[in-house]
Ligand binder design. Structure first.
Ligand SMILES: *Cc1c(COP(=O)(O)O)cnc(C)c1O
Length: 370
């Protein structure tokens, strides 16, 4: 029997291709000690302070979590100089993406999304019965802000900007950000997904939260504990916006959407200066090493403002061939075919030994191809 009543927009969704767990890959291929540099996770593990906090909070798991995330909101409020009422906490920033879409989009409404960018935006818009207008990045991988502005019509409710952008690692500069924000009409909300914000080294990067603080725009800035703080497995992120928009998103969420361990861990991780410093130093050094080695191999890549970047494997092989060959050697990378980038893989910076392993195995694969 087939079920005939499924909404067409649900049937049409192409599911998000998640990276495989290491254990599964090793079991399938009969290999050991493989490295995963496919999901932009923190290669140094989890903030030790967060782990300490989690251990203390374990004895209270019989209780529901604090549905208002009181302490975390207060802490974030102090850090960002913005009221707790302007902050929404989510079960990962992915949940916030979903809540925002459910809050602002009804069937027939539109979102403007760039391509290539984070795949979750268009999948989630589709799941709500909305449609996405896709605007290609320009040839230099920057956002086409004029194209984005032109795509806005009466039914447009959201613009998604991943800044820095996943998967290109490039940024929307402060100048372009201001240009766009000034011109977006009042019925459209900009979602600035700043998941990799802490890794940015460019002085041209705009902190979206400044714009909320000073300009009171229809803007929602998303941040996450999954990357810098090494808490991807716990699922926690937050959004900063105006109290009005935060209030609407709060109506749509589950009362206990963020678990108690995640809240405790996030509060502790924000204070873990040593872990933050170590992570950023590892990232900087790792990028310098990887760039140097790839240059030596005459392999081109897109310089990044994040902890990951795109490597061009064409014309030597396809992204899928690179992915499969590396997998067999115990290196898990991201095949970018599903992003429409069939000639690219994406890797994130690993530990120094993970980076060396990637370079060693990748050069061997290349040699065999030449
Ligand atoms: C990793 C990532 C996130 C983080 O999602 P969480 O749900 O907080 O783990 C958000 N946006 C982008 C573009 C990402 O790459």
């Amino acid at each position: 029997m087939t079920y005939k009543f499924i909404p067409k927009y649900v049937k049409d969704i192409i599911p998000y291709p998640p990276g495989k767990p290491i254990e599964e890959v090793e079991r399938e291929l009969g290999i050991k000690n493989s490295v995963k540099i496919a999901s932009n996770e923190n290669p140094l593990g989890t903030s030790p302070r967060a782990i300490l906090g989690i251990k203390k909070a374990l004895k209270d798991l019989n209780r529901y979590p604090d549905g208002s995330a009181f302490y975390l909101k207060n802490k974030l409020s102090a850090i960002h100089g913005i009221s707790p009422e302007s902050i929404v906490i989510g079960n990962g920033s992915n949940e916030l993406i979903e809540l925002i879409i459910r809050t602002f989009i009804q069937p027939g409404d539109e979102a403007v999304i760039s391509d290539p960018s984070f795949l979750i935006y268009s999948i989630t818009v589709k799941a709500s019965g909305g449609t996405s207008t896709i605007i290609k990045l320009k040839d230099d991988y920057s956002y086409d802000i004029k194209g984005i502005l032109k795509a806005i019509n009466k039914r447009t409710r959201l613009i998604f900007i991943s800044n820095p952008n996943n998967p290109t690692g490039t940024i929307l500069t402060r100048k372009d950000y201001e240009w766009l924000i000034k011109r977006v009409p009042g019925h459209v909300v900009i979602v600035d997904d700043a998941a990799y914000r802490e890794f940015v080294q460019s002085g041209d990067y705009p902190d979206g939260i400044d714009f909320i603080r000073w300009k009171d725009r229809n803007l929602i800035v998303l941040r996450t504990f999954s990357k810098l703080y090494g808490l991807a497995g716990l699922r926690i992120g937050y959004g900063v916006t105006t109290p009005e928009l935060a209030g609407y998103i709060e109506r749509v969420r589950q009362p206990f959407n963020v678990n108690s361990l995640a809240q405790t861990a996030a509060i502790a991780a924000l204070d873990d200066k040593a872990f933050i410093k170590k992570t950023l130093a590892n990232n900087k050094a790792g990028l310098a090493y990887l760039y140097r080695m790839l240059d030596r191999m005459n392999i081109s890549f897109i310089p990044t403002q994040t902890n990951f970047f795109l490597i061009r494997v064409a014309p030597f092989m396809s992204a899928n061939q690179a992915f499969e060959s590396l997998l067999r050697k115990g290196v898990i990378v991201r095949d970018m075919t599903s992003y429409g980038l069939g000639g690219y893989i994406r890797i994130n910076v690993g530990t120094p030994s993970e980076n060396r392993k990637f370079i060693k195995e990748f050069s061997e694969i290349l040699k065999n191809r030449l």
